[in-house]
Ligand binder design. Structure first.
Ligand code: PCA
Length: 218
């Protein structure tokens, strides 16, 4: 039985919901053929969030970590290709931290590639009629921070685990009542997107005879 850890973020920047957390919550009660899925809520806190994921990875030993976050202006579901070693926050996190142009890990590599099957995920979503594309930047805020921090922890500790990040657009509940345009998709679309991405990841690790390689650096 393969194990997948799914994470979503609490709301931030004045919003009352975060579509990534709504999605993780909707996935929690579902059952998956070929794997067990556990979900975690992450704070928008640059210090606590990566540690919460790594602490769970050390004890539960998932085969896959799929982290979700909101990309409020995007129109598509976007598996991320790369995490970069930069913290540069345009707004503070929920704990009031606002690093500008700082490395995440002074001794760390410039970047880590996702070790998730991002092409298969993006193609699977498009085949299911869900707008999706690979993204080449997870930004320089919390999502990139957690993505980088988790990849760095996996590499340093040699955890046998694949990991990566997928950004999701806002959902309609966030867009109604806004004065400005906000691209949004339905809650059901995001749950279906996450469900399909999880299935692709579980299928990929189930077909592997070797344990996952440690994270690769750029
Ligand atoms: N999105 C933010 C952080 C939390 C979230 O859901 C980001 O893209 O960095």
């Amino acid at each position: 039985m393969r194990k997948l850890l799914l994470t979503g973020f609490e709301p931030f920047d004045g919003e009352t919901i975060n579509p990534s957390l709504e999605t993780a919550r909707a996935i929690a009660p579902l059952r998956f053929e070929g794997g067990g899925v556990e979900t975690l809520q992450l704070p928008v806190d640059r210090f606590r969030a990566p540690e919460i994921v790594l602490a769970r990875a050390r004890t539960w030993r998932p085969d896959v970590i799929l982290m979700l976050g909101e990309a409020r202006s995007r129109f598509r579901v976007t598996p991320e290709r790369v995490a970069i070693n930069v913290d540069d926050y345009v707004i503070p996190d929920n704990a009031g931290n606002q690093p500008r142009n700082e490395p995440i890990a002074v001794d760390g590599p410039a970047a880590y590639f996702s070790t998730l099957p991002i092409v298969a995920i993006a193609e699977g979503l498009v085949a299911a009629n869900i707008p999706a594309a690979i993204s080449n930047t997870a930004g320089t805020y919390l999502c990139n921070r957690v993505f980088y921090g988790v990849m760095h922890g996996i590499a340093r500790e040699g955890l046998p685990c694949r990991a990566g990040f997928m950004h999701v657009p806002a959902i309609h509940e966030q867009a109604v009542g806004k004065r400005n345009d906000l691209p949004s998709v339905s809650r059901a679309t995001l749950v279906e997107a996450a469900r399909l991405a999880i299935e692709v990841c579980l299928r990929e690790v189930s077909s592997e005879r070797e344990p996952a390689r440690a994270a690769t650096t750029v």
